[in-house]
Design a binder for this molecule. Structure first.
Ligand code: 8Y4
Length: 291
């Protein structure tokens, strides 16, 4: 018998992610370029944050092949100063609006955990929510459902300020998977469809170097969650822990780890050095496709 109502997933087999009015092709691995919009990243010489400088950086990353630009106005670095929601909105909205106008093909991601910032960012043109707290803040789940854009759910043990003090797991891969599976279920229960969810093990977020290495080795197991996998390894401390290089010397290490992640099924790699990362994930994708 032929089913009466089959939903045609289209030529990309359902791996076209709808990000507001823009589409993301997940039939091949993609790069998300990092754009931190904090006064220390984009000061115009004085105390003012420069939208022009941020847009120039976004243009450069899109030109190098980033399909997504991840705009973040709150530093999640340990010890970073707290920022009000109003200040976060004031930083990200002008930059999102400028990118939206200048780069019509690029998906804009908003790196935030706050419902008010999610709303303002999506209204300005963001098509994806990147939440390191996996929609765990009050009202975040409901807000994301209403906004109708995809969400990346990331794992973190603890809170940014204190998460690196004494991370502990009995089985890091199993525990991170269980957390993400529970957050996916919470989203489904709240009416967010699976087609709008991505998952991320959160490298460096409440994990020792040994935990991060074990997570990367076991990354292929996350495919069982049945959501596209996003990873952020760029310049992170596990590279420093293994190679002994400071943050400015971690490019080659970042490329090696991006390759290992894509080889095991990662769909999106979050990166500072977009051009080299695009080369690596494209080659990795070509090797995978040949099989
Ligand atoms: C050098 C530079 C060393 C930056 C460390 C860092 C992720 C993320 C971050 C991630 C997702 C960072 C917002 C931390 N990491 N979002 N955000 N996944 N989805 N640290 O891994 O880049 S910020």
């Amino acid at each position: 018998m032929t089913p009466v109502t089959t939903i045609d997933p289209g030529p990309a087999g359902g791996r076209l992610l709808e990000c507001g009015d823009r589409r993301l092709d997940l039939t091949r691995p993609q790069v998300m370029g990092i754009l931190n919009v904090t006064p220390d990243s984009f000061s115009d010489g004085g105390d003012f944050f420069s939208v022009d400088a941020a847009l120039a950086q976004a243009r450069r990353m899109a030109g190098e092949g980033a399909a997504i630009i991840d705009v973040g106005g709150e530093s999640t670095r340990p010890g970073a100063a707290a920022v009000t929601a109003a200040e976060e909105v004031a930083r990200v909205v002008p930059v999102i609006a400028a990118i939206r106008a200048a780069l019509p093909e690029t998906v804009i991601s908003i790196d935030t955990s706050r419902p008010a910032v999610m709303r303002a960012a999506v209204a300005a043109g963001a098509g994806l929510i990147n939440d390191v707290r996996a929609l765990g803040e009050p009202d975040a789940l409901e807000t994301a459902r209403e906004l109708g854009v995809p969400v990346c759910l990331m794992h973190m043990q603890g809170e940014p300020r204190t998460m690196q003090r004494a991370p502990h797991y009995d089985d890091v891969v199993r525990e991170v998977m269980e957390f993400l599976a529970a957050r996916v279920e919470a989203c489904l229960g709240a009416g967010l469809p699976r087609a709008r969810l991505l998952v991320d093990p959160g490298f460096g977020f409440g994990k020792t170097a040994a935990h991060n290495l074990r997570l990367l080795r076991g990354l292929d197991r996350f495919r069982a969650l049945d959501c596209p996998l996003l990873v952020g390894l760029s310049r992170k401390s596990l590279i420093g822990a293994v190679l002994g290089h400071p943050v400015e010397g971690r490019l080659y290490g970042s490329i090696a780890l991006a390759t290992l992640a894509v080889w095991q099924g990662a769909s999106i790699v979050r990166a500072h050095d977009v051009g080299p990362t695009v080369d690596a994930v494209r080659l990795c994708g070509a090797v995978k496709e040949s099989g």
